[in-house]
Design a binder for this molecule. Structure first.
Ligand code: SF4
Ligand code: SF4
Length: 414
């Protein structure tokens, strides 16, 4: 597509990059069919193509964005389904990142939105603050109806029981060491479901992988990034890179795929890191685990957008579960987002709850014994109101390869 940036604008490397991305879009509209927000509303402005037009106009014009543009960019999940569908290789992710950063700098949101976004950026990235917020949410839940919709969504997502705090910081030795990795434990994940990290550490160390969780590493910056707070996101990324490099590891392993997509894009955000980043399923695939005999457990595997679209890992977790003896049952609309998308289910509760209900319906139609996924956001969103156990796939793999039976399975048996 044609663009109209001035020569002076193109001196700015960010706008130069946006210009290249915009020019690669041919307006074919293939991406609209798989865009969850367009599927729900049928409004071109809620489609990737519509958003690309509006982002172009905003960036070329500069200054404060039109309220309509803010509204429709805010409604984008950053699920990146459009990038999987696009035949022209349009890097929508980097374009919408720029749009969010531009909006954050040039648009004054209403006070309640500014307060909420600031609270999210300050609370969710600190496990101690998040734990306290969850305890408060438990107390506030009976009065949920008096709060605005976004706070109601936050209260609905808070677990009825907040698990006891567990610290994984430090060295986790393997009996026979074959490699050394650093694990990103995920700030929200470590509070909402510490058992995911416990299972990861048990399984990896049993397989001869020495794991370190370095003291200086923390939030990956994903939440700040998606809120358009690029400086904050880059500061967090640089702190992590320093901690991981100092730890002298072969790979950095990520077991929450929303964080993984952000971490794997650090080179674009802050420059070359010299580190190798792998989702835990990629590492386990390399370790060539033995095939186990079939178990009588039917698993519906939800492939998180950050895994299938963001990291292009479309088969690895499923293959590992099958190899471990679980029976995978296919689910309809497997390419569609569950509506979690970082803080999306708090900031855009209506659209998120429609997508969540649609995902749960599709999953339940497959009649699984267990639902598995590789991202804490999806696990929390999908579990809302369900009686079927919802687990991280690493918990099932740890169990299959000699770890304890996950408490959530309540004696489902092998
Ligand atoms: S599929 Fe790709 S090229 Fe076609 S409209 Fe969408 S982003 Fe543009
Ligand atoms: S990232 Fe997802 S919600 Fe956003 S435009 Fe692309 S497909 Fe639609």
């Amino acid at each position: 597509m044609k663009t109209g940036f001035t020569a002076a604008q193109l001196q700015n490397p960010r706008l130069k990059e946006a210009d290249g991305i915009l020019r690669s879009c041919v307006h074919c509209g293939f991406c609209t069919a798989t865009c969850p927000t367009y599927v729900l509303t049928g409004d071109e402005r809620d489609s990737p193509r519509g958003r690309i037009y509006m982002i172009q106009e905003m960036l070329e014009k500069g200054g404060p964005p039109a309220p309509e543009t803010v509204h429709h960019v805010d409604r984008c999940l950053s699920c990146l389904g459009c990038m999987t569908t696009c035949p022209s290789g349009v890097h929508y992710a980097h374009l919408v990142d720029q749009a969010r950063a531009h909006i954050e700098t040039h648009h004054k949101r209403p006070l309640h939105e500014r307060v909420l976004r600031s609270i999210l950026a300050k609370v969710l990235v600190h496990p101690t603050r998040m734990r306290l917020a969850l305890q408060l949410a438990k107390m506030a839940r009976p009065f949920a109806k008096i709060f605005p919709p976004q706070l109601q969504a936050m209260l609905a997502l808070a677990p009825a029981h907040v698990p006891a705090a567990q610290s994984f910081t430090g060295e986790h030795k393997a009996t026979v060491k074959t490699m050394r990795v650093a694990l990103l434990t995920g700030c929200a994940q470590s509070v909402l479901d510490p058992e995911i990290n416990a299972a990861t550490l048990r399984l990896l160390t049993r397989l001869g992988v020495e794991v370190v969780v370095p003291k200086g590493a923390g939030c990956c910056g994903s939440l700040s990034h998606h809120l358009g707070r690029q400086d904050e996101a880059h500061r967090l990324a640089k702190a992590n890179v320093k901690a991981w490099r100092d730890a002298n590891v072969d790979h950095v392993i990520i077991n929450t795929s929303g964080c993984g997509t952000t971490v794997k894009d650090y080179a674009h955000a802050i420059g070359e890191t010299g580190l190798s980043f792998l989702d835990v399923s990629e590492l386990l695939t390399r370790l060539a685990l033995p095939a186990l005999s079939p178990k009588n457990v039917k698993v519906a595997y939800h492939s998180a957008c950050s895994l299938q679209h963001g990291q292009k890992l479309k088969t690895e977790p499923q293959a590992l579960l099958t190899r471990a003896g679980f029976t995978l049952t296919p689910i309809a609309e497997a390419h569609m987002c569950c509506g979690s998308a970082g803080t999306y289910n708090i900031l855009q509760p209506q659209m998120a709850s429609q997508l969540g209900a649609r995902k749960r319906e599709n999953i339940l139609r497959a009649k699984p014994d267990v639902i598995a996924a590789g991202n804490i956001g999806c696990l929390t969103q999908i579990a809302l109101g369900l009686n079927v156990p919802v687990l991280h796939s690493i918990e099932l793999l740890d169990w299959a390869y000699g770890g304890p039976e996950p408490a959530k399975l309540k004696g489902l048996g092998k």
